[in-house]
Design a protein around this ligand. Structure first.
Ligand code: AMP
Length: 427
């Protein structure tokens, strides 16, 4: 098959790495890609927001299958547009992508179908929203309804902070994404990410993961897109996985089908696990980044037939095999990230780093120039490793980090600490 992958981050590099290894792949093209993806696929400068241009490219280049990495094109309906042009694409339709595109939609779906989630109310007027916050008190969570590139959630410690978030969002600070806010009960417990592959009717669990959102060691500092991750999440054992499927994922699939928007693609459930069981924090309609990187390291089976089965409604007959060993990824970011940072610095030592046993380096934001690799983004590299324990995977990843010569970059030194503490307890 000729496959086109859309996106340019570490998630897409991991998907490209896995798909390039498939015997079903004749030709793999990525738009726009990055310097790492260019080792697995032919990278082309296509504007992926321009659906007509993507369709024209697919026709001209005889593309059989399109795989979409990020949420923005999915929420904009690229799968519908490709389908209308007769091109098969992996991911949800625009109507099904509302599970990520509108938090209000998802909360209402949970309420109507008895899916456990934080109690909530929806508001479009700031005065009513603030009155609600004053009645409820803090901590309380304020969320913009729409896609806000990770900036749409404020966990407010005080009523004043909550009121400021309401003013920012409903005052247009996030554009259309903040035209409505959801005010939510603050949940306690341990967070984990759960991934399921769905074909409209059936779903199969992939693997679980946990990520580190804060920029600095000890889970301190500003929120980021994710500074590292590991899989599996120790808190999601087999029994918990069954509960998440039965209480959250499958009722969602039934509800989406009943409303005429069957869900196909990866469903990424952000969960809060407490004694009473799992609660849904949010859905994403694509693989997580950097969680995808650790999932792909652990996936033994061919990815391409799994993605095709999701499109074709054939997941019931699919059996995926996983390495039982854990995997871990350390994000190397440009100094200053998630604030202002500069690009263009030279990264060296990548080959020596990749030679460490069990290590795979995925590029998140790089470009190649004159035979050198340059930083080209906030999150730049995902130094990933598999090992017999999380501790071993972590040691391998940091050994590789130590071989990378990039003074303008930084990373956290404690990725996986919670899972390693659990391992230490077990010994
Ligand atoms: P989201 O984008 O909805 O995943 O929210 C980003 C982060 O905010 C989550 O990963 C949680 O850490 C936190 N968060 C969101 N909703 C809640 C909630 N209801 N209670 C506690 N923390 C939350």
């Amino acid at each position: 098959m000729n496959i086109l992958l859309l996106g340019s981050g570490g998630r897409e590099h991991a998907l490209a790495w896995k798909m390039a290894a498939s015997p079903l792949t004749d030709r793999l093209v990525c738009a726009p890609g990055n310097a790492g993806i260019a080792r697995e696929a032919e990278c082309i400068p296509l504007d992926i927001a321009d659906h007509a241009a993507v369709i024209a490219y697919c026709r001209a280049s005889k593309i059989d299958f399109v795989v979409i990495g990020p949420e923005t094109p999915l929420c904009a309906g690229i799968v519908d547009d490709l389908a209308a042009a007769g091109i098969k694409a992996f991911g949800p339709s625009r109507a099904a992508a509302r599970l990520e595109g509108s938090k209000g939609f998802t909360k209402d779906l949970c309420r109507a179908n008895g899916i456990p989630t934080a109690a909530y109310d929806r508001f479009q007027a700031a005065d009513r929203a603030k009155a609600h916050v004053r009645t409820r008190g803090a901590p309380i969570v304020i969320k913009a309804d729409g896609l806000a590139a990770g900036k749409g959630v404020v966990v407010a410690e005080t009523v004043a902070e909550a009121e400021a978030a309401i003013d920012m969002m409903l005052g247009g600070g996030l554009g259309d994404a903040g035209a409505e806010v959801i005010i939510e009960e603050f949940l306690t417990g341990e967070e984990a990410s759960f991934f399921a592959l769905c074909d409209g009717d059936a779903a199969i669990p992939l693997a679980s993961a946990q990520d580190h959102k804060r920029a600095f060691d000890g889970d301190k500092g500003p929120n980021t897109g994710g500074m590292g991750a590991y899989s599996p999440a120790p808190i999601i054992d087999d029994a918990m996985s069954v509960r998440v499927m039965n209480e959250i994922v499958l009722p969602t699939l039934r509800a989406m089908k009943a409303m005429g928007a069957p869900y196909k693609g990866v469903l990424y459930a952000g969960l809060m696990i407490a004694n009473a069981g799992p609660k849904l924090i949010e859905y994403n309609v694509r693989f997580g980044d950097p969680e995808c990187q650790v999932l792909m390291l652990r996936l033994k089976s061919d990815l391409v037939p799994a993605l095709l089965a999701s499109c074709d409604g054939m997941l019931r007959s699919l059996d995926l095999r996983w390495h039982t060993q854990p995997a871990l990824t350390v994000v190397m970011a440009a100094k200053g990230y998630p604030g202002a940072y500069s690009g263009g610095s030279v990264i060296e030592g990548l080959e020596e780093a990749a030679a460490v046993e069990g290590v795979e380096i995925f590029h998140a934001g790089t470009i190649a120039r004159d035979g050198r690799v340059l930083a080209n983004g906030g999150r730049v590299l995902n130094v990933s490793a598999i090992g017999n324990t999380v501790r071993e995977a972590q040691a391998r990843a940091y050994e590789a980090v130590a071989r990378i010569r990039w003074p303008e970059g930084f990373c956290r030194r404690d990725i996986g600490w919670r899972a390693i503490e659990r391992e230490n307890h077990r010994q």
